[in-house]
Ligand binder design. Structure first.
Ligand code: GCU
Length: 398
């Protein structure tokens, strides 16, 4: 018995050491957050203070996007040879007649190479005219967006969204870049191989964001959809991609980032929960090669995530956290949103976020920058979606 205990002790001691070496032991202690200075979102690289939206749009915003392209997410290809689509399946009597199902196959061609994005789309039948749509970047199992609805999931509660008068759509990240450090090249990157050799070439998160924009290209051709009212939703790694897509593509009218954490909505310089070095080590296929220069070196990064949120202004942006998901740094997410307020203010848009993070399950909805922290685990739930609908109702004036 004694023997066994000693063995167990040794085993765990070695395990903890190995984890510490990998940097897995994360800081969850607020008093251990290092002192940091955030780059000023309103100070240009030539040290000019931005005081109006014109200077923001002409000078500072493009500068920030460029900095994120070069140092974090990589370049996002802006052109392709052609985009076509076909409807694989259309069913007018879906959800007991409440919706029309469309399974759309979107084909994008570049360098003579085709790429297929499979879109699942339900459009409410009772709505007149073009309808706004929620588009989810699905980073979990495909069963979560089951077109037959024999499998239902709160990760994508399609019935609930249809009942609220919105269309609901989803595509799976694996169509763009499999979420795997070896296989991620088998997708969009096959169309833009030069991205793979460039230090500022995009990787999987960029590919998913690119995919969201191609779906938006499709929405512009679908007469049932109001392409000027597309709410892009992503959870966690998908939430990092939803932010990046909305930053790069200003056609997205509203952005939702759920529990997106590090290199999503949370401030990197706080080093609370997941860090840049951690994320680059575990997920080497997510961000540009250049991003690895900032492993354990956040201070030298010319941006922080509040600047990414700011590029979404003046469009409505909603972020979430969960109480048991400290890995995603709820406080750092809230602080990041607060920093973005300055840019919304340039548009004369006042944020209603409180000075400090709101209490658990107390969503801030009537504000261009919305937020909630939900009781529970890292996940995307019906509670979250219910607030997204309310947020969209306010901003799409439904
Ligand atoms: C991991 C990863 C996070 C990511 C999350 C998810 O926890 O470290 O950065 O957000 O997976 O996608 O669920």
């Amino acid at each position: 018995m004694q023997h066994l205990k000693r063995f167990a002790f040794l085993f765990f001691a070695i395990l903890i050491k190995a984890q510490a070496q990998n940097g897995v032991v994360a800081n969850y202690d607020e008093s251990q957050v290092p002192p940091y200075t955030l780059p000023d979102v309103l100070k240009t690289t030539t040290n000019r203070t931005v005081r109006d939206k014109e200077t923001w749009e002409k000078v500072r915003r493009p500068e920030i996007i460029k900095l994120f392209e070069e140092n974090v997410y990589g370049q996002l290809p802006k052109s392709y040879e052609r985009l076509t689509y076909s409807i694989k399946n259309e069913h007018g009597g879906a959800m007991a007649g409440k919706a029309t199902l469309k399974e759309v196959v979107i084909e994008v061609v570049e360098n003579n190479k085709p790429l297929t994005i499979n879109l699942v789309l339900f459009v409410p039948t009772k709505q007149q005219g073009q309808v706004p749509v929620f588009l989810l970047i699905n980073n979990r199992g495909k069963e979560n967006t089951d077109p037959t609805r024999s499998h239902k999931s709160d990760f994508w509660p399609a019935e609930m969204i249809i009942d609220s008068g919105y269309a609901i759509a989803a595509f799976h990240v694996s169509d763009l870049a499999p979420d795997d450090s070896v296989r991620y090249v088998n997708g969009v990157l096959g169309l833009y191989p030069q991205q793979l050799t460039a230090n500022d070439g995009m990787r999987a998160i960029g590919a998913w964001a690119w995919g969201a924009s191609r779906v938006l290209d499709y929405f512009e051709k679908d007469a049932a959809i109001d392409a000027k009212k597309v709410a892009l939703v992503g959870h966690s790694r998908g939430g990092k991609a939803s932010l990046w897509a909305a930053a790069e593509d200003q056609r997205f009218a509203l952005c939702i980032t759920n529990c997106s954490g590090n290199t999503g909505a949370a401030l990197s310089r706080r080093r609370f929960g997941e860090t840049i070095s951690r994320i680059n080590t575990t997920f080497p296929h997510w961000f540009a090669k250049n991003y690895k220069k900032f492993n354990d070196n956040e201070a030298s990064l010319p941006v922080d995530q509040h600047m990414l949120l700011a590029t979404i202004a003046p469009r409505p942006l909603y972020a979430t956290n969960a109480t048991k998901d400290l890995w995603a740094d709820p406080k750092g997410t809230f602080l990041s949103l607060k920093q973005a307020e300055k840019v919304y203010a340039l548009y004369g848009i006042e944020s209603n976020l409180p000075a400090n993070p709101p209490a658990t399950n107390q969503p801030v909805i009537v504000s261009p920058l919305g937020y909630h922290i939900r009781e529970g685990e890292h996940n995307l739930t019906a509670y979250d979606w219910n607030n997204f609908i309310k947020f969209a109702n306010v901003h799409f004036k439904k």
